[in-house]
Design a protein around this ligand. Structure first.
Ligand code: ADP
Ligand code: MG
Length: 737
């Protein structure tokens, strides 16, 4: 699915403000801010969402520049958080300054002049400044205009480099004129915020704008009710914003960020829980009780016994199906973990309860694979699954659709087009969606609508092979109940993974040759198809295949498979390897899935630092599938710490969930496994790797809030409810409990 098809449910944390009025004290009591000139106009209703031009000193030109970085309103500016802080100390007396240090002084200007120099392009401004302890000369380079702006008597804050010999002077890095009554510097003193800025709109200008908005920040509308703030120990939103933009110590911004992160996570959890509540309570599903009529036959015909993990998950699913409350469950498990069997047994339970089941997969190719597997699994119970895809000839397709419409087809496999394309079901009781990580919450909602009719809902089981850390699951799939099949897939051998250094390459090749001589096979995986893919020095499959066939593996048969080959050529290469006609298959990640060669026992991965951790884990799963244990040899000289940590993790554990956790730590959630497409993981203030606990508490508090006030319509929750609606724009009736 195209990423563009996903609607993002962003948390803006921005409450509508019609019902909020700014307390007088916010203006009357606030000191005039430095350099801000006139006091702000008293904003009318909606001032929090008012355009930036409402701020004193901000005209249309500045507003346009701000809009270019996404800042349109006061609220936008308030939430444009500093990316870091310059740590300046407080102003010190001139008499205490030491030669060579950088310092801040607070002074009065006595005189100022442009000093000519011999170099034509260089103009120097020199000013004599004083405080109670003494005088010093302040020097600016190439800012001659200052001589026309600064006037004797001005009170200045100056940050600069001090030198006492041969003359006492300070070379100015930053300065500011203090307005009447101002007590502190904005640019030169203490923790000075640095904002993401542009050439047009430098951080200094942003600092001035935020300073001008300071009284508004102090009156920022409060979204969190007092009981929540008390329970978690959080400052008010206003205090958090002030702490972030005008911190007095390094702890303040941390506390402020935590507050905004909590609010963001809470709004997300409220929305997801409300979605779940709606699905579970507003709609009814058919009760699909297991009678054993078909499920027993399916089980009896299995060529293996289910693992304890499979049994556990199956019990959860079976119980869900037997309820009137529609199942909304996500089943996680690595590729090969045995999810399909669980799905097949769920379908059998639906069928024996007299309902139909549909299995949806992302592509027609996968649908064709699935239908074969399901025929094997369900056939012994006399259930004949039906495949409906675009490539089924029209007459045949109509015949099958008729079987679906009359209910003779009990289990149907197809792409999602099955639900959209007007195929009528007689009595659809269960929908299984494979590879669900491509969906966001809004897609799931749309699917749930399609899978039911009005108040009648189908049970939904989503399956994904991408292990997701619990924190991420809570944000991306917080509307679902989650099950996981953990551990090594059944019947798989151990895979010993080794990170091999370049010096040991020859030894490694010898180890591979030894395996090949024993009659086993090996893969060599390269990040690139051919060297001209990129100007980087990574190994390419085409070159590597040639080099290996002529060099270290000249006594063996070397095959080549990559994505730039014609499909039949590639298939032939894979088939030859599968048939044992080649010993060594050099390939790109085209072998990641869909090739199963039990005799292959070794995988060499070149430039492993170029692959993601999940992908490396997936790749090595290609070996150790037969009677012999597997070996994975990874090469790679990562330049960055991140790359080293990834490869070390790969060597240390075979647990895909553990690896996903580590990946989250290393990379942050933004880039993890393409989940970004699913919208709600796109967090502005929270970081899942760092805010695990905060997320758990947000989930908890969200549940408590919905239990107390299901529609969030108590006065203290009104702004929170509005924030939830704003974060889930596609679901306006979300909170209509
Ligand atoms: P998934 O759908 O999770 O990728 P599958 O259900 O397709 O995994 O199972 C992968 C392979 O493992 C299949 O060949 C399947 O028959 C086999 N398998 C599943 N469960 C077991 C088990 N309990 N014991 C042995 N083999 C199993
Ligand atoms: Mg599968």
């Amino acid at each position: 699915m195209a990423p563009g098809a996903t609607t993002r449910a962003r948390c803006h944390n921005r409450a509508p403000v019609a019902s909020v009025s700014v307390p007088d004290v916010a203006f009357g009591g606030a000191p005039a801010s430095a350099g801000a000139g006139a006091r702000p106009q008293r904003p009318g209703p909606g001032w929090w969402a008012a355009p930036l031009t409402e701020l004193p000193g901000v005209g249309p030109a500045t507003a346009r520049r701000a809009a270019a970085i996404g800042l349109a309103t006061i609220a936008d500016l308030a939430e444009h958080l500093p990316s870091r802080y310059l740590s300046y100390d407080a102003a010190r007396p001139i008499a205490d300054l030491a030669d060579g240090e950088e310092a801040t002084i607070r002074v009065v200007l006595e005189s100022i002049a442009v000093v000519p120099t011999r170099r034509r392009r260089l103009r120097i401004v020199r000013a004599r400044v004083r405080d109670d302890s003494g005088t010093i000369t302040a020097v600016w380079f190439n800012q001659a205009y200052l001589a026309g702006i600064l006037t004797p008597g001005d009170e200045l804050m100056i940050r600069g480099q001090v030198s006492l010999r041969p003359q006492r002077q300070v070379t100015v890095k930053a300065h500011e004129v203090l307005g009447a009554g101002a007590t502190a510097g904005v640019h030169t003193e203490g923790l000075v915020p640095v904002y993401r800025a542009t050439e047009d709109l430098p951080a200094r200008r942003l600092r001035e704008m935020v300073d001008a908005a300071r009284p508004l920040l102090r009156a920022a509308p409060e979204v969190l009710p007092a009981w929540m703030r008390a329970r978690i120990g959080l400052p008010t939103r206003a205090d958090a914003l002030v702490a972030l933009h005008f911190p007095r110590n390094p702890r303040e911004p941390r506390a402020g960020r935590r507050r905004l992160a909590f609010e963001e996570l809470l709004v997300l959890q409220l929305g997801l829980l409300a979605v779940r509540r709606h699905e579970e309570h507003a709609r009814r599903a058919r009760v699909l009780r297991a009678t054993g009529a078909l499920t027993r036959a399916v089980r009896d015909a299995l060529p293996f016994t289910l693992t304890a993990e499979q049994e556990r998950v199956l019990r959860q699913v079976s119980r869900d199906l037997a309820r009137e409350r529609p199942m909304r469950r996500l089943l996680q498990g690595e590729v090969g973990a045995g999810k399909t069997v669980v799905a097949a047994l769920a379908c059998a339970q639906a069928a024996e309860a007299g309902a139909q089941a549909a299995i949806l997969v992302p592509t027609e190719t996968l649908a064709e694979q699935h239908i074969r597997t399901l025929r094997d699994l369900l056939g012994p119970a006399g259930v004949e699954p039906v495949l409906i895809t675009g490539s089924v000839p029209r007459a045949e397709r109509e015949r099958r659709e008729m079987a679906v419409a009359t209910g003779t087809a009990q289990v149907v496999v197809g792409t999602q087009a099955l639900l959209v394309g007007g195929v009528r079901f007689h009595d659809l009781g269960l929908v299984v969606v494979d590879e669900q990580h491509r969906f966001g919450v809004e897609q799931r909602q749309a699917l749930a609508e399609q899978a039911g009719s009005g108040a009648d809902a189908a049970h939904l089981l989503y399956m994904t092979a991408t292990p997701i850390p619990r924190t991420l699951a809570l944000t991306a799939y917080g509307d679902l109940r989650v099950s996981a099949i953990r551990g090594r897939p059944p019947g798989r051998r151990d895979i010993a993974t080794q990170w091999v250094r370049e010096e040991q390459r020859e030894d490694a090749y010898e180890a591979v040759r030894a395996e090949l001589r024993r009659g086993r096979q090996a893969y060599v995986i390269c990040p690139l198809v051919s060297a001209n893919d990129a100007g980087t020095p990574a190994r390419s499959a085409v070159d590597e295949a040639r080099a290996l066939a002529e060099g270290p593996f000249r006594d063996f048969r070397v095959g080549l498979a990559h994505g730039a080959q014609r499909a039949d050529e590639r298939r032939a290469a894979m088939a030859a390897f599968a048939a044992g006609e080649t010993d060594l298959l050099v390939a790109t990640t085209v072998v990641e899935v869909g090739i199963d060669v039990p005799n292959a026992t070794v995988m060499v991965i070149e430039d492993a630092d170029r692959f993601g951790l999940a992908q490396l884990h997936q790749l090595r799963g290609r070996v150790g599938r037969g009677e012999h244990p597997g070996t994975c040899l990874v090469f790679g000289e990562p330049a960055a710490e991140d790359g080293i940590r990834r490869l070390e993790a790969l060597v240390q554990t075979m647990d895909g969930f553990r690896l996903a956790d580590i990946d989250l730590d290393i990379r942050g959630e933004g880039s993890i496994m393409g989940l970004r497409q699913s919208g709600p993981t796109d967090l502005r203030f929270a970081r899942l790797s760092r805010d695990r606990q905060l997320l758990a508490r947000a989930r908890h508090v969200a549940k408590a809030a919905l239990a107390r006030d299901p529609r969030l319509d108590a006065p203290e929750h009104v702004l929170l409810a509005a924030a939830v609606r704003e974060a889930f724009p596609g679901m306006p009736r979300l909170l209509d409990a």
